[in-house]
Design a protein around this ligand. Structure first.
Ligand code: PAF
Length: 289
C-alpha cells in the first residue's frame, strides 16, 4: 500500500491507474478506522480494480475546538487495517497541504441547501458546509471514481448525493449498510469515548429506532412514530435526546403524511457521557389496520 501525503502525488497516482485502464474505488475517512470502515474498503476492493482511502481529520467540519482536539487518531492501526483490507493507496495529508492558507481562510465553501439544513445541520452549524467542502476537494483530487459512504451518517450521504448531482461531478456515490454490534449499536469512532456503562446504555438508540420502525410499518403517523422513539429513549436516563425524526431521502424533507408503501428513514441523535451518537434505519410505511 502506498502512503501519499501530497495532493499532487495523490492526483498523479490515480491518473496513472486510470491510464492503465483501472477503475478506482474511493473511501474518504477521518481515520480511527473500525470494522464499519473496513466494510466500505472491502466493498471498494470487490467492485473496483484499485481501492484508495483518505484519512484527514477535517477542521472545517468541527464546530468546537475541543471536539476536534479530542477526535481519536491512530495512523499506525489505520494503515495496518487498510493494508489487510486490500487498499492500494492511502492519502494522509497535513492540514497545511489541504488548506495552505489555514482552514479559517478557505475562501471557497460548498453549501448544499435542503438536505443539510435540519437535524445534524441545525444542531451543528457549519458542519455540512465543512464536510461538503472537503469531500468536493477530495473528489476533485481523486478524479472519476466510485465513492463509498456509510448509511450510518445518512444525512451526510444525502448531502453528498445532492452535491454530486447538482455539480455534475463524475462520481458514483455508493451507499453501504450500517455495521452493528450484537446489541444493535452502530459502529462509530465515537463509541471508543464511552464509559463501560454508557456503552451499554447506547443500545437504547437502536431499540428506539426498531420500535419506531415497527410502528411506521403498522401504519402509525409520523408524530406517533416520533413519540414512540422519544419515549423509548426517555426510559434510559443516561441518554439525552437531541432529535427523533422521520424523513424522506434524499431530500431530508419532513413528510406531513406518510404514504403507505413508501420507504422513510427514522433518524435519531442523543448524547450520553458527553458523546453525541447518531443512528438511523429505513422502514416502509404500512396502512393502519
Ligand atoms: O464521514 C466522515 O468520516 C467525514 O465526514 C468525511 C466524509 C471523511 C469528510 O471529512
Amino acid at each position: 500500500m502506498d502512503v501519499i501525503t501530497t495532493r499532487s502525488l495523490w492526483r498523479q497516482a490515480l491518473i496513472n491507474e486510470r491510464a492503465q485502464g483501472r477503475t478506482i474505488g474511493f473511501v474518504p475517512t477521518m481515520g480511527a478506522l473500525h470494522a464499519g470502515h473496513r466494510a466500505l474498503v472491502e466493498q471498494a476492493v470487490r467492485e473496483c480494480d484499485v481501492a484508495a482511502v483518505s484519512i484527514f481529520v477535517n477542521p472545517l467540519q468541527f464546530g468546537n475546538a475541543g471536539d476536534l482536539a479530542g477526535y481519536p487518531r491512530d495512523l499506525e492501526g489505520d494503515c495496518a487495517l487498510l493494508e489487510d483490507a486490500g487498499a492500494a493507496y492511502v492519502f494522509v495529508p497535513e492540514v497545511t497541504e489541504i488548506y495552505p492558507d489555514s482552514p479559517d481562510h478557505q475562501a471557497t465553501s460548498i453549501h448544499v441547501e435542503g438536505a443539510s439544513l435540519g437535524f445534524e445541520g441545525a444542531d451543528r452549524p457549519g458542519h455540512f458546509d465543512g464536510m461538503a467542502t472537503i469531500v468536493a476537494m477530495l473528489f476533485s483530487l481523486t478524479g472519476r471514481t466510485k465513492a463509498y459512504f456509510g448509511e450510518k451518517d445518512i444525512q451526510q450521504l444525502c448531502v453528498v448525493q445532492q452535491m454530486v448531482a447538482d455539480l455534475a461531478m463524475d462520481i458514483e456515490v455508493i451507499a453501504c449498510p450500517t455495521v452493528r454490534h450484537d446489541d444493535g449499536v452502530a459502529l462509530s469512532s465515537r463509541n471508543a469515548r464511552l464509559s463501560h456503562t454508557a456503552r451499554q446504555s447506547a443500545a437504547v438508540i437502536f431499540r428506539a429506532l426498531s420500535v419506531g420502525g415497527k410502528a411506521l410499518e403498522s401504519g402509525a403517523t409520523r408524530q406517533e412514530v416520533e413519540a414512540v422513539m422519544a419515549s423509548c429513549i426517555a426510559a434510559e436516563p443516561e441518554v439525552s435526546l437531541s432529535y427523533a425524526g422521520v424523513v424522506e431521502t434524499p431530500s431530508f424533507a419532513i413528510p406531513n403524511e406518510l404514504r403507505p408503501g413508501q420507504e422513510y428513514r427514522l433518524i435519531l441523535a442523543g448524547e450520553l457521557d458527553g458523546v453525541r451518537l447518531i443512528d438511523n434505519i429505513g422502514a416502509i410505511a404500512g396502512r393502519r389496520p
